[in-house]
Design a protein around this ligand. Structure first.
Ligand SMILES: [Zn+2]
Ligand SMILES: [Zn+2]
Length: 502
């Protein structure tokens, strides 16, 4: 009997549980349907993102007309995400990209300091499009989050497709060595079919000529080395001067949308070169196509970021302060130095002012006002100037970018670099349109003093623009610069006036 009673009450309980289950299930379905409808009605707006930006905003400069627009940080992230992200990608991929975009934005927000804004609106920085409900939702879901390494903002890169294996940053940009931008297999990209593109040798020669190479006939292009990921690192150009080029520079010269990546093989067929390759873009950091595929198979934004940026942490960025101090000067020279700089802005201003006064008298030109920026890290210098680590200073228009003080200290100190940069600015206008060896040779000749420079022999060929501007190593760079100043010293007596050397 006991058993029967128990059986009855068990049955009763089961029925009751079943009833509750149906009731709760119905309630849950009805409730979430309602919630879904409510969510759809209250899409996240740019006003919500403005409120979430907590007063942080960016000045975005238009490359087309120079107009500067102030955009709240989170609104900006949602607009870049709309431009860079795949609109059909799942939420986790959108969120991972939103975090990468926010990190890149804050890390690079002084990139255009000398232009009077923070970031430009072209591919040089990040392109924007009107935000979409998807991009605003992913931005709001990750508001204020960025990637850090040991508590500092990380340097993040992303590209369209890695082709099965990502690239180590230092293999694309010499000196850019980050422990979290390493080469890794990406299983979701392994089976993509290769792309094929043909170029006529003569068109390749013309493209190389446009970036400063010389030669009447390009006979062949051969792979001259690979990176750790198996991409091409260098190419040999038989028939051209110089006869070697970094593969990344070669891709830029041919057009990065034509030659999609440096993960290629090249074969010569008659007067054509056939490139067969994988992936699209430099392959460093996050792979956008890979991120979408990972999100589709259920990976979270965190897991996606761990795959592409191993070792970085997702951090709330509210507490990370800006790092620069600007000192305007009455001399017409304004200097920006890092906060904890070992050299004061006023000291750099004094060196530049003295060099300018002296060289302007010799040369009969002037470039005031000018702005000088001493970079905090080699990465910041490289990102602002697009030049490799072995370059100490870049002078353009009325601005000078200097490598970090610690780097300059190993190369003879701040003074010679500042002098040379000032000389480059002073000769730039009168020598506009002249080959690079004339401009660089003249600046070095006047900055160092004629007494210290040995004229080149009559047989010495002056360096091509590519030898000076696209050198593949520090040694090649130094050798080309020495030849440039030797050439200038040889040609100056013939031309009589430095402005007439050509
Ligand atoms: Zn830019
Ligand atoms: Zn990939």
């Amino acid at each position: 009997m006991l058993t029967t009673k128990d059986a009855t009450s068990t049955k009763e309980r089961t029925r009751r549980i079943a009833f509750y289950f149906v009731f709760i299930a119905t309630f849950v379905v009805v409730f979430f349907r309602g919630l879904d409808a409510t969510l759809a009605q209250t899409d996240i707006t740019e006003n919500d993102l403005l409120a979430a930006s907590a007063g942080r905003a960016l000045r975005i400069g238009s490359v087309a007309d120079g107009h500067v627009t102030v955009i709240p940080l989170e609104v900006y992230v949602s607009r870049v995400l709309a431009a860079e992200g795949d609109p059909k990608a799942a939420d986790a991929a959108q969120q991972a990209l939103a975090i990468a975009i926010r990190t890149y934005t804050l890390k690079n927000s002084d990139r255009h300091a000398r232009d009077g804004y923070d970031l430009c609106d072209s591919t040089h920085c990040q392109v924007l499009r009107p935000s979409t409900p998807t991009s605003r939702r992913a931005t709001m879901a990750t508001v204020g989050q960025g990637l850090t390494y040991h508590g500092e903002l990380a340097e993040v890169f992303y590209s369209a497709s890695c082709g099965g294996r990502s690239e180590k940053a230092g293999d694309v940009w010499p000196g850019a060595d980050y422990p979290y931008l390493v080469s890794r297999n990406d299983d979701v990209c392994e089976d993509d079919p290769p792309w094929v593109v043909d170029f006529r040798l003569d068109d390749v020669r013309r493209a190389l000529e446009r970036v400063g190479f010389e030669g009447d006939r390009l006979k062949d292009v051969d792979v001259d080395g690979h990176t750790s990921s198996g991409r091409v690192s260098r190419l040999r150009l038989s028939g051209m001067r110089p006869n070697v080029i970094a593969a990344d520079q070669f891709r830029m010269a041919l057009g990065p949308t034509e030659l999609r990546s440096t993960a290629f093989k090249v074969e010569k067929h008659g007067d054509e070169l056939r490139f067969t390759g994988r992936g699209y873009g430099h392959g460093v950091g996050m792979c956008a196509i890979g991120a979408s595929r990972r999100a589709l198979r259920g990976e979270s934004a965190k897991a996606i970021l761990e795959q592409y940026y191993p070792g970085l942490e997702i951090t709330s960025l509210v507490s990370i302060p800006p790092v620069l101090v600007v000192v305007p000067q009455s001399s017409g020279i304004s200097v920006t130095v890092p906060k904890a700089s070992s050299i004061a802005a006023s000291e750099i201003g004094r060196i530049a002012s003295a060099a300018h006064n002296e060289l302007a008298r010799t040369l009969g030109t002037s470039v005031l006002p000018m702005t000088i920026r001493l970079h905090d890290t080699p990465d910041s210098f490289r990102l602002a100037t697009n030049r490799p680590w072995w370059v100490s200073e870049v002078a353009e228009g009325t601005s000078i970018d200097l490598a970090p003080a610690s780097v300059l200290a190993q190369r003879g100190g701040v003074e010679p670099s500042v002098r040379l940069a000032v000389a480059e600015l002073l000769v730039a206008d009168p020598l506009a349109g002249r080959p690079a060896w004339v401009r660089i040779g003249a600046a070095r000749y006047f900055a160092d003093g004629p007494a210290s420079i040995k004229p080149a022999s009559s047989r010495t060929k002056c360096p091509t623009d590519a030898e000076l501007l696209l050198a593949v190593s520090a040694t090649a760079q130094r050798e080309a610069e020495t030849r440039a100043e030797g050439c200038f010293a040889r040609e100056l007596p013939k031309a009589r006036d430095w402005r007439l050397v050509r």
